[in-house]
Design a protein around this ligand. Structure first.
Ligand code: HEM
Ligand SMILES: *[C@@H]1O[C@H](CO)[C@@H](O)[C@H](O)[C@H]1NC(C)=O
Ligand SMILES: *[C@@H]1O[C@H](CO)[C@@H](O)[C@H](O)[C@H]1NC(C)=O
Ligand SMILES: *[C@@H]1O[C@H](CO)[C@@H](O)[C@H](O)[C@H]1NC(C)=O
Length: 506
């Protein structure tokens, strides 16, 4: 750190501490769950790992129980470590547990205030979410189905011919589904635009980790004069880069409208009906960009979890295959399709287990803040307290799930099988629940049914998969090694016959 930065940090911290002192003077006393010991001013910000906080937060849960409190600088985070308390607060009291804390770096600077996932509860969030809901809700199922059907054929073709690029193939699959709906175009394998998009996701996620940006822990620092905000130039650079990646897609839409080649798609309607009051250009770009980002990375990672689960716990794959073979033929007669969904309950259970097993999309959940003072089981919280559902700890708690480390789809073969949100927290709780969950679930269902029908996933004994430490940020590289083989020559022939055309269609 150079001296100037150091000096600014000290000035900033003193300002923050003073402001906090003034703000808490004469305030009524609140009572938080057990506080994890930290150091003065910074609290626990230097203890938290820079990425993948799941194991760290689970260890704390084992030590401190069902709820515990952590300080990241001046902000107070309460970790909810059982489905019971997550349901009680984030679902039953969603009216006041659905906001976001301020993120001066990642939201205000890096996203121009425009990333819906970080918007505080209020009118702008509601408007943006409503727009997204219109294209992602179950009403739109048929729109997505056709693209998932087509893109999953491309996926199988990629796995057959480029098994070493399976992770890129997952990314292309997910991205192409959402690009088709939003922009009316498809994506290619290792498309540079797709690669750039995944880079923006990682840049955002890297900066979003708790404890990374001092100003996100001490939002009061954002009140410093801009020339003293040493993080600002870096944030603006990331903002410009991200905006450029999104803008390229929107400019292409405009060019295609001009030359008459644009297909019907969400972006066209969005431009036509844009409400200027809510959507200036930056906000437009971040709405479309969020759809691309959130719609791509999450599916890519989830299909990766499926493969890790198949390679490390092969026993369930045999049972999944038995059902697939019964419905689609044991000699590669035809690919599974949407019409088979009701006849393949085991695949629905596999999809839920994919979402539960190692929740590494949001290992400690997403920070949500409450908008009013509240009391719960002897504790009392001031408005502005941050809450997270401790996803890793909950998913791996034997009191919640029998043999939690095992990939075991049977645990979901119950009356709630077809309620996609029930039994795990992969999409989050309450009103901030993933707005695209239904699309994400369908993406994963189609990939699961078809990949399991056609391919074997084998752990390389010399290079085993450490399923508890699958990296989340991978710079577009596969997060673990795995051997992928087509099940039989008949399955290879089926893919050649049924899937080649899907790689050429416009
Ligand atoms: C496999 C799939 C997916 C997983 C596991 C997943 C997971 C999540 C999680 C954990 C959250 C935070 C929820 C919270 O704070 O309570 C979230 C929010 C969100 N997701 Fe997803 N997601 C998936 C697919 C998608 C898709 C396909 C889209 C859109 C195309 C999408 C768009 C969003 C958006 C816009 C938000 C922010 C919602 C808000 O803050 O109101 N997601 N997702
Ligand atoms: C979290 O809280 C639950 C419920 O009190 C408890 O059983 C469990 O041991 C705690 N720790 C973890 C890691 O879940
Ligand atoms: C666009 O809207 C965002 C979100 O409210 C706001 O932060 C930003 O300053 C606006 N940008 C312009 C150029 O008006
Ligand atoms: C129309 O514009 C798009 C986007 O710039 C371009 O990729 C495409 O080749 C153009 N098509 C024709 C027929 O000019």
């Amino acid at each position: 750190m150079d001296q100037r930065v150091f000096l600014y940090s000290v000035v900033g911290l003193l300002t923050a501490v003073l402001a906090r002192y003034l703000a808490t003077r004469g305030q009524k006393k609140y009572k938080f769950p057990p506080l994890v010991p930290g150091i003065p001013i910074m609290g626990n910000a230097l203890q938290v790992p820079p990425t993948q906080q799941g194991q760290w937060a689970k260890d704390l849960a084992d030590k401190y129980g069902e709820m515990f409190t952590v300080k990241f600088g001046a902000s107070t985070w309460v970790f909810l470590n059982s489905s019971r308390v997550v349901t009680d607060l984030m679902e039953k009291r969603a009216a006041i547990y659905s906001s976001r804390p301020p993120f001066p770096m990642t939201q205000d600077i890096m996203s121009g205030g425009g990333r819906v996932v970080l918007m505080p509860y209020g009118d702008r969030w509601r408007q943006t979410r409503k727009i997204m809901h219109q294209i992602l809700s179950t009403r739109q199922k048929d729109t997505f189905r056709d693209f998932q059907e087509l893109e999953s054929r491309h996926l199988l073709y990629d796995y057959l011919h480029h098994p070493d690029r399976w992770f890129s193939a997952n990314g292309r699959y997910a991205n192409s589904v959402i690009m088709s709906v939003v922009f009316g175009i498809r994506s290619k394998l290792d498309d540079p635009d797709v690669t750039a998009l995944f880079e923006t996701v990682e840049m955002f996620l890297e900066q979003q980790q708790p404890g990374i940006n001092l100003v996100d822990g001490f939002p009061i620092l954002a009140k410093l004069p801009e020339f003293l905000q040493w993080w600002r130039p870096r944030g603006l650079k990331l903002f410009e880069y991200t905006r450029g990646v999104y803008k390229k897609q929107l400019d292409n839409v405009k060019a295609r409208i001009e030359n008459g080649t644009q297909k019907n798609c969400f972006a066209v309607d969005f431009l036509k009906n844009n409400d200027e009051k809510y959507f200036n250009e930056t906000q437009q770009l971040f709405t479309l960009g969020t759809l691309m980002e959130a719609g791509s990375d999450t599916t890519r990672v989830s299909v990766g979890q499926l493969i890790a689960g198949a390679a490390t716990y092969p026993d369930w794959v045999v049972r999944a295959r038995a059902q697939l073979d019964e419905v689609c033929g044991s000699n590669a007669d035809r690919l599974p399709s949407w019409e088979d969904k009701d006849k393949l309950p085991y695949i629905a259970a596999v999809v839920k287990e994919v979402f539960r097993w190692r929740p590494n999309i949001a290992e400690i959940g997403a920070p949500t803040s409450c908008t009013k003072d509240d009391e719960y089981e002897g504790y009392s919280f001031p408005a502005g307290t941050v809450f997270v559902w401790n996803a890793w700890a909950i998913a791996l708690n034997p009191k919640e799930y029998e043999q939690p480390e095992r990939f075991w789809p049977e645990r979901f073969l119950n009356d709630d099988l077809n309620n996609g949100l029930k039994g795990h927290w992969a999409f989050g709780p309450g009103r901030r629940v993933c707005v695209g969950w239904n699309v994400g679930e369908m993406n994963v269902w189609m990939a699961t049914a078809r990949l399991l029908y056609c391919f074997d996933f084998i752990e390389d004994k010399a290079n085993p998969i450490d399923t508890m430490n699958i990296p989340q940020l991978t710079k577009n590289k596969a997060p673990f090694p795995v051997i992928i083989k087509v099940r039989s020559p008949a399955h290879a022939a089926l893919i050649e016959r049924d899937c080649l055309a899907a790689t050429n269609a416009n």
